[in-house]
Design a protein around this ligand. Sequence first.
Ligand code: DLL
Length: 433
Amino acid sequence: MFWEKDRETMDRKELENLQVELLRENIEYAYNNVPFYRKRFDEYGITKESIRSIEDIRKLPFTTKNDFRDNYPFGLLARPMKEIVRIHSSSGTTGKPTVVAYTKKDLKTWADLVARIAKAAGVTDEDVVQIAFGYGLFTGGFGLHYGLENIGAAIIPASSGNTKRQIMLMEDYGATVLVCTPSYALYIAEVAEKLGKDPKKDLKLRIGMFGAEPWSEQMRKKIEESLDIKAYDNYGLSEIIGPGVAGECEMQNGMHISEDHFIAEVINPETEEPVKPGEYGELVITTLTKEALPVFRYRTRDITKLDYTPCSCGRTSVRMSKPIGRTDDMLIIRGVNVFPSQIEEVLFNIEGVSPHYQIVVDRKGALDTVTVLVEANANLFFDEMKKQKQLLDKINDELKTTLGIDVDVKLVEPNSIERSEGKAKRIIDKRKF
Ligand code: DLL
C-alpha cells in the first residue's frame, strides 16, 4: 500500500533529476538563511552552480553532531522563531542536547513521510494503533502520532511505561498495531505472558512498527512469535526529521529511504570516501525539503549498506539494511571490531538464555575488555551447576566462532537486567577516556 504512489514509485532518472534540482535550491536557501552554512559554503567555494550531477554532492562539507552543539540551541535554524511551531531534542548522553525545530510545512512533510512508512507496513484507516513511544522531546511519540493520524488510523496515545496498563489498553481497546522500540515490544510480550495473556486469543495485534534502536533479525523473529504479529523496522533520527526517514515494506527486505526528501550516501568513516555499492559504511544524509532546519551531508554514525536493486513492492527508492550499530558503539577488542548487534545475534540463537543481555566494557591498559551479562532461563538458572557450566561454554564457543575473540560471559538471574521502556541500554561503558 502506498501513501503517495507517484512519488514512491518514481522513475529513478526522474528522481535523480529532482534530487539535483532540490539540492541546488537548498544550497541557495541555506546560504541565504543560515550564517553557519554561508560561512562553510564560502570556505569550500560552494554555490548552487557547484551541483551539476548527484555525485557533485561530494563537494559539500559534512555536518556533524558537533556542529549542532556548537550552534546550540537555535544557530542552525533557517527560519525565525515566529515561523517555528514545534521544537524537539535528542537527549544526548553527554553535554547539551541536540535541538531541532519544525515549521508548519515541515510538520506536514513529516506526517506524510511517517504515513508512507505506516502504509508500507500495511497499516490502514481501520487499524487501532497503540503508540508506546515516549511523547515529549523525543521525536518518536509525536512523529508516529501525526503520521498515523494522517492515514486515518485510530490512535491510542499511550506513551511509554506502565506496562501492565499498556496490555490492558491493548486488550480492552482492541489495538491492532503496536508502535514502540523493539526492546519495549519484547518487554510487553514478557509481561503479557506473566499475566497469563495469550496474544492469539486475548489481543488483536497484527502489526508492529518498531524502531529507534538497532535490533537483529533474531529479535524480530522472537517478537513476531511472542506477540503473534508481523514486525516492521523503521529508521530515523532527530537531526534529519525524526522517524519517517526510512521504513520497511511488506517484503521486510530493507528500509525504503524517501529519496525525494533525502539524499543517502554510505561512506567509509575513516577515509570519508564512498564505499563500493552494497558495502557497509556510515550513512550520510542530506535533507532536500526541510524548511526550519536544512542539513547537508549529516554524519549519522549509523553503519548500514544500501541496496538499489528493484523491490517487488514497486517502490523505486533505495533500501538501507538494518543498521548493525553506530560507529561510536563499535568496540575494539584486541584489535577486532565488534558491534553489540553481533553479540545479540549469537545470544538469540542459543537455547536456554532469555533475550535480555547487557555488555559491560572496561579497559585494562590499552585494551577494551568485554563482559557479556546474559539472563539464563529461570528453570536453568536454578538448576544444577553442571548445566549452567555447559550453557556458559556454549555461549563462549559461539561468541568466539562469530567474533573471533574470547569475551567474558556471565549468567545472571532471571529478571535482573533492567527492562527498557524506550531505547534499551545495551552497553555499560566503564572506560575512562
Ligand atoms: O530514534 C527517531 C525514531 C523514533 C526512529 C521512532 C524510529 C522510530 P533519535 O533519538 O535522534 O531519533 O535517535 C536516532 O537512533 O541515529 C540510530 O542510531 C538509532 N535508530 C533509529 N532507528 C533505528 C533503527 C530516533 N530502525 C538514532 N535501527 C539513529 C537501528 C535506529 N537504529
